[in-house]
Ligand binder design. Structure first.
Ligand code: FAD
Length: 274
C-alpha cells in the first residue's frame, strides 16, 4: 500500500501547472487526492511527478455568469453542497455534493477532480450530463469549452489532454425546473451502485445514469418516451436501453438494469411533482 516513487511540485498558478505537466510525460495533477492517492497506493497509477494544484484558491468559487452558474474546478464538495447561490439556483448540484462520501471526503475532494477522474461510479458526471453542463479546460494552446456529453470518453478516460487543467464547470440556472438525483448504495456514504439524474425544464426532461456503463449514460429511450407523452412509469421501463452495466461484487448487471428502471421512475416522479 505504498505508492511508487514520485517527484512533487506545488503549482502557484494554472499557467505554472500547465508548464509543470509539460515537463514530465508521466505527470499528474493532484487536487484533493481522494481518488488519485488510493490508485497510487494500489499502484494502478504510477505518475512520476505530482503537480499539486490543491492550494490554487483562484479556482475555488461559485458565481453567477449570465444565465449560468460558474463553479471553479477546485471548489470542494462541502463548499458546493453549502453554497447559497447553488442551493437556490441549481439545487441538484448542491444536493449531489452533499451525498458524496463522508465529511472528510467532502472537505478534501473537489468537483474538478471528481469530473476529471472519469469514474463511472462518481455522482457528479451523470448530473452534469443531465444538466448539459459545459466544462472549461486550459492548456498550452489556450482555453476551450467542452460539452459534458462529449467529455466522458471511457472508464477513467476523459476528453482532457495530458497537459490540460480543468478550470471551471458551468451549469444552467434551474428556475422553476423539477429535478432529482437518486442513488442506490449498499452502505451509507458510499459510491452509487446505480444513480439517476433527472432534470425537467422548458417542457422536456433529461435523464442520465451513473454506473450503467464505462461513462455516464444519457437515457435516450426514457427521454424519447416522455417526449411522446408516456408517463414516468412507462418511460422508466426503457431506462436500461443502450447501457452496458458492469457485474461486480456489489451487483450483477441484471440487478443494475432493474435498479436503473426503479430509480428512474422515482426520479421522474420527483422531478415532475414540483
Ligand atoms: P484527485 O484525487 O486529486 O484527482 C483525481 C484525478 O483527476 C487525477 O487523475 C487528477 O490528475 C485529476 N485532476 C484533478 N483535478 C484536476 C483538474 N482541475 N484538471 C484536470 N485534472 C484534474 N465520489 C463520488 O462521486 N461519490 C461518492 O460517494 C464518493 N465516495 C467516496 C468515498 C471515499 C472513502 C473516498 C476516498 C472517495 C469517494 N469519492 C466519491 C471520490 C471523491 O469524491 C474524490 O474526491 C473525487 O472523485 C476526486 O476529487 P479529488 O479532488 O480528490 O481529485
Amino acid at each position: 500500500m505504498i505508492p511508487a516513487r514520485f517527484d512533487y511540485e506545488v503549482a502557484e498558478s494554472v499557467e505554472q501547472a500547465i508548464e509543470l505537466l509539460g515537463s514530465d510525460g508521466d505527470a499528474k495533477l493532484l487536487a484533493g487526492g481522494h481518488s488519485l492517492l488510493p490508485l497510487m497506493k494500489l499502484r494502478f497509477a504510477q505518475p512520476t511527478l505530482l503537480v499539486d494544484i490543491g492550494r490554487l484558491s483562484e479556482l475555488s468559487y461559485v458565481r453567477e455568469d449570465g444565465d449560468r452558474i460558474a463553479i471553479g474546478a477546485l471548489t470542494r464538495h462541502h463548499d458546493v453542497a453549502t453554497d447559497e447561490l447553488l442551493r437556490e439556483a441549481n439545487p441538484i448540484v448542491a444536493h449531489t455534493a452533499s451525498g458524496i462520501g463522508d465529511p472528510q471526503v467532502r472537505h478534501m475532494g473537489t468537483i474538478g477532480g471528481s469530473v476529471a477522474h472519469g469514474d463511472p461510479a462518481a455522482d457528479f458526471p451523470a448530473v452534469l450530463v443531465a444538466l448539459e453542463a459545459e466544462l472549461v479546460a486550459r492548456g498550452p494552446d489556450g482555453e476551450r469549452t467542452i460539452a459534458s456529453g462529449d467529455f466522458f470518453r471511457g472508464f477513467l478516460e476523459t476528453a482532457l489532454g495530458p497537459q490540460e487543467v480543468l478550470t471551471e464547470i458551468r451549469v444552467p440556472k434551474l428556475a422553476g425546473a423539477g429535478w432529482a438525483y437518486l442513488k442506490f448504495q449498499r452502505r451509507a456514504q458510499d459510491w452509487a451502485t446505480v444513480g439517476v439524474a433527472a432534470v425537467r425544464s422548458n417542457g422536456s426532461a433529461r435523464v442520465a445514469l451513473t454506473n450503467m456503463g464505462p461513462t455516464p449514460v444519457r437515457a435516450q429511450g426514457v427521454e424519447d418516451a416522455l417526449a411522446s407523452g408516456a408517463d414516468p412509469e412507462t418511460a422508466s421501463a426503457r431506462a436500461d436501453e443502450g447501457t452496458s452495466p458492469p457485474s461486480d461484487t456489489w451487483a450483477s448487471a441484471e440487478y443494475r438494469r432493474h435498479l436503473a428502471q426503479v430509480l428512474t421512475r422515482r426520479a421522474l416522479e420527483q422531478a415532475f411533482s414540483g
